[in-house]
Design a protein around this ligand. Structure first.
Ligand code: ADP
Ligand code: MG
Length: 279
């Protein structure tokens, strides 16, 4: 069972906006060698705005209808952008399937990450639009790409300071994102992270965590999405954002209640102090 010093550190962390589930996690936090982080919702606000798009009205309606079923920040951006459209004509009997870290499927339609659409016909060359600095999703009907939506998001200012703080403590911070190379690189530069991996599947995120563990490193992982949950569960210290999905919070040992990464750094330092006391 936890020592009084450990319980006091947990209580101090909680007062400062970080829930640590148990003494083992509180003590482990400061032993972290590498901290992997998701991008959307962790390094950024995950508050996307549609900045550009091209698709017929019928296609837009299908996409909005599908995205209504998703909790991904991309979905919220699309649903709110087209909230005036009537969706009465959309076939509501077709089941909608969400594939974590990819996108959605409904009948002949698929919407999701550009790297999953390379084999589709693209008469309008929509694929080219996905190479820019924006987060872009493509829409296909049958085997043809029929539209795209580009969105912007903002880096959380406190993420820059938190990354610096962890680096000063000797923790290597690495970005893992399902988003495209250009966006991953842009965010990595903004928050001063040297190592990043773009176009990650949920399995890629787990594999990165396990590869570090095989090198005897203690691995932290911060995420917020359904797609992050398996990597959070595999990390030595899974860390979820309070604004994240409930499955991410359930898979994590640590929850950053108000999404402020500086509070995580504060808890890391509490853990350091704790380990000096109890050793
Ligand atoms: P991140 O790692 O940046 O949090 P995700 O793994 O959640 O990103 O998503 C990776 C990519 O999958 C997104 O950039 C997007 O292209 C696509 N995607 C995920 N969910 C959706 C959705 N609901 N609608 C469309 N595309 C999606
Ligand atoms: Mg995410």
């Amino acid at each position: 069972s936890a020592t009084p010093a450990t319980l006091s550190a947990i209580s101090n962390g909680a007062k400062n906006g970080v829930l640590v589930k148990g003494g083992a996690a509180m003590e482990a936090l400061a032993t972290m060698d590498v901290l992997y982080s998701d991008k959307t919702g962790t390094m950024t606000f995950g508050d996307f705005r549609v900045v550009d798009y091209e698709a017929s009205v019928d296609v837009i309606k299908e996409v909005v209808f599908m995205e209504q079923q998703s909790s991904h920040p991309i979905a919220q951006a699309i649903v709110s952008k087209f909230s005036d459209l009537s969706l009465d004509a959309v076939d509501s009997r077709e089941p909608i399937e969400e594939i974590a870290g990819f996108g959605l499927k409904k009948g002949p339609y698929r919407v999701g990450k550009p790297s999953a659409f390379t084999q589709f016909n693209d008469p309008n060359q929509y694929h080219e639009k996905s190479a820019g600095d924006y987060t872009t999703i493509l829409v296909a009907k049958e085997n043809e790409i029929v539209g795209y939506f580009s969105m912007s998001d903002q880096v959380r200012h406190e993420a820059v300071d938190a990354v610096k703080g962890f680096q000063e403590e000797g923790v290597e911070v690495i970005l893992l994102t399902g988003d495209n190379e250009a966006v991953a690189k842009k965010v990595a530069i903004e928050v001063n992270i040297t190592h990043y991996k773009a176009a990650c599947t949920p399995e890629d995120k787990i594999n990165a965590v396990m590869a570090s563990q095989e090198k005897e490193q203690v691995v932290g992982m911060i995420g917020d999405g359904i797609n992050d949950a398996p990597a959070l569960a595999n990390a030595n210290i899974g860390i979820a954002m309070g604004s994240g999905t409930s499955v991410a919070m359930e898979s994590a040992e640590v929850v950053i209640v108000k999404n402020d990464l500086m509070k995580l750094l504060y808890s890391y330092k509490l853990s350091q102090r704790l380990n000096r006391i109890i050793k």
